[in-house]
Design a protein around this ligand. Structure first.
Ligand code: SF4
Ligand code: SF4
Length: 332
């Protein structure tokens, strides 16, 4: 790839990630104002449905109900739409939901880059500890899949999705951050420090959502592909990979940890050495790949909106009754 194109690619990713991050943050602020209306009587602000994206466990239940019984959850429908968008994007375009869309991924990357500036480098956890630690997110994922897909019946899910707890789960999520307990505060501080020291600490070791998108992404036909003949073995790809993958040693990156972030591609100085490519090694232009991520992810969100599966059916009077007593609701 030409030097200027590589630079453009970095800028495009930066703009894509931060544009979305600011948009989601603004949505979070509007949701805060929405909740404040019911708690403190401030002026009413419309509820932004995108906050449902922070309810992935409920979304997995809603997904099972939709697939097995054809019922689309009307309480937090956007949670299911965003979940489907994340899974389909990962299935077709590697784990690009993590590498391009997820705001936690954006934050995590920014924090480890800040850590690198602060300490002069990011630290590496020895392999014999790294491997078992990495399994933590897969164990968490297996636990949720087992409970929801195997243990819970369709009726159990219908009951759960009709509880006041699920109706108010978005508000509970907000309160988790705005009314932090000291345990939450210390846990988040510890995660922040670990993320400064180690590349993508949360995503690499703990995120069950990322574990699921990673496993699904194994089926993606597109993979980062290295052309041995064009490669000059400069190691820039391996050194810059946020997922610590040995790109320079492989001809095709099949790992579930690869987020399709294209950092390796945008750092590769040798023309034609590194690309996103199909199984028969046909290279896809990086910008086409980015466009495909945009079209698949937001296409599904748009389809959900057009199908009327975006706005919550929880009424104004239900929020009015439930928000002031939100702390009374515990997970059933
Ligand atoms: S291999 Fe390349 S695309 Fe995959 S995570 Fe590493 S830098 Fe990103
Ligand atoms: S950055 Fe490109 S040229 Fe350098 S080792 Fe990786 S694939 Fe080869």
């Amino acid at each position: 790839m030409e030097k200027t194109n590589r630079l453009y690619l970095k800028k495009i990713r930066y703009a894509f990630q931060w544009g979305l991050f600011v948009f989601i943050l603004y949505g979070g602020y509007k949701f805060y104002l929405f909740v404040e209306h019911f708690s403190s009587g401030t002026p009413f602000v419309k509820r932004p449905p995108l906050v449902d994206g922070f309810l992935p466990i409920g979304a997995l239940m809603a997904f099972k109900l939709w697939v097995t019984r054809g019922i689309f959850d009307s309480i937090h429908p956007a949670a299911l739409v965003i979940f489907i968008a994340a899974i389909v994007t990962s299935l077709t375009l590697k784990k690009s939901f993590c590498g391009w869309v997820c705001p936690i991924g954006t934050l995590s990357e920014t924090v480890f880059k800040a850590g690198k500036k602060l300490f002069g480098r990011n630290f590496k956890i020895p392999k014999y500890i790294d491997y078992p630690m990495r399994s933590a997110k897969y164990i968490l994922m297996t636990f949720f899949l087992y409970i929801i897909l195997i243990k819970m019946t369709g009726n159990d899910i219908v009951v759960f999705l009709n509880t006041p707890y699920w109706k108010i789960a978005d508000v509970k999520m907000l309160k988790f951050f705005t009314e932090m307990t000291s345990l939450t505060f210390f846990t988040l501080t510890a995660l922040f420090i670990l993320s400064l020291l180690f590349k993508n600490f949360w995503c690499r070791y703990l995120c069950p959502y990322g574990a699921l998108t990673g496993i699904v992404s194994l089926l993606s036909p597109l993979k980062i592909t290295r052309n041995e003949k064009a490669c000059i073995h400069c190691m820039a790809c391996t050194k810059n990979c946020p997922s610590l993958l040995p790109v320079e040693e492989k001809t095709r990156i099949k790992s579930p940890e690869c987020t399709g972030c294209l950092t390796c591609v945008s750092n590769c100085p040798a023309k034609g050495a590194l690309d996103v490519a199909t199984p028969n090694k046909k290279a896809i232009h990086p910008l086409i790949y980015v466009l495909m991520v945009l079209i698949v992810f937001f296409g599904i969100i748009g389809a959900g909106k057009l199908a009327g599966k975006w706005h919550s059916q929880v009424t104004y009077s239900e929020y009015k009754a439930l928000v002031p007593i939100v702390s009374q609701f515990e997970h059933p």
